[in-house]
Design a protein around this ligand. Structure first.
Ligand SMILES: [Ca+2]
Ligand SMILES: [Ca+2]
Length: 203
C-alpha cells in the first residue's frame, strides 16, 4: 500500500514535471517579449532624457552668449558693428567666426582690450557639446559657436536702441520683446523655423 502510494506520487510528479516543461517554454517566450518591450521603452526614455539634458546645456550656452554681449556693451558702449547693421533686428546674425573672434578677444580692432567675454567650453568639432567649431589649422581665428545639436546660435540685438526687439517666434504671444539681446538656435530638429523645440535665451 505504502509502495503504491509512492508510485502514484512519482507518476503525478512526472506528469506535473512534463506540464512544467511545456509551460516553461511559453513562459520563456512571454518573458522574452516583456524584456524586449521593457528594453525598447527603456531606450526611448533614455533617449528623451539625453535630448532634455542636451537642451538644458544648449540653453545655458545661449544665456552665456547673451551675457557675453551684454558685458561687451557695458565695456564698449555699443554692440559690435556687424550686429548693429540695419535690419538685423529681424533676422538675427549667426554667432560666426567674426562675432566669436570679438567675444574671445582675438579681434582687437573691435575688442581693443582683448577681453575674453565668452567663457565657452573651448574647441569642439564634434557638435556634441556647446562649443566653437574651430577651423582646424587656423590658429589665429575662432569659429562658429554651435549648440549641443550642432546648430549655430543666432543673435538679435536692439540695434536701434529703443529697448525692444521683434519676437522672432511667429507663434509668440508678444510681438516685441523688451530685451537688449536675444540668442536662439534650432534645437534638436536642426530647423530654425520650428520654434516648439528651438533653444532660446529668454523665457
Ligand atoms: Ca530695437
Ligand atoms: Ca527647431
Amino acid at each position: 500500500m505504502k509502495d503504491q502510494t509512492k508510485i502514484v506520487s512519482m507518476e503525478t510528479r512526472r506528469k506535473a514535471g512534463e506540464g512544467n516543461a511545456a509551460f516553461s517554454l511559453v513562459e520563456l517566450l512571454v518573458v522574452l517579449v516583456i524584456v524586449a518591450t521593457l528594453a525598447s521603452v527603456g531606450f526611448a526614455v533614455m533617449t528623451s532624457v539625453i535630448v532634455k539634458a542636451k537642451m538644458v546645456s544648449a540653453q545655458s550656452g545661449a544665456v552665456g552668449l547673451e551675457n557675453a554681449l551684454k558685458h561687451y556693451v557695458v565695456d564698449y558702449g555699443s554692440f559690435p558693428a556687424q550686429l548693429r547693421a540695419a535690419g538685423e533686428e529681424k533676422e538675427g546674425v549667426a554667432a560666426d567666426v567674426y562675432l566669436m573672434d570679438i567675444l574671445l578677444g582675438i579681434n582687437t580692432i573691435e575688442n581693443p582690450r582683448a577681453i575674453r567675454y565668452y567663457d565657452g567650453k573651448g574647441a569642439s568639432n564634434s557638435g556634441k557639446g556647446v562649443g566653437i567649431l574651430f577651423d582646424e589649422g587656423n590658429q589665429d581665428s575662432s569659429g562658429t559657436l554651435v549648440d549641443t545639436f550642432g546648430g549655430a546660435y543666432r543673435v538679435i540685438v536692439d540695434s536701434d536702441g529703443d529697448g525692444r526687439v521683434p519676437n522672432p517666434d511667429p507663434d509668440g504671444k508678444q510681438q516685441w520683446l523688451w530685451q537688449g539681446v536675444l540668442v536662439f538656435s534650432a534645437g534638436p530638429d536642426g530647423d530654425l523655423e520650428t520654434w516648439d523645440d528651438n533653444i532660446r535665451s529668454w523665457k
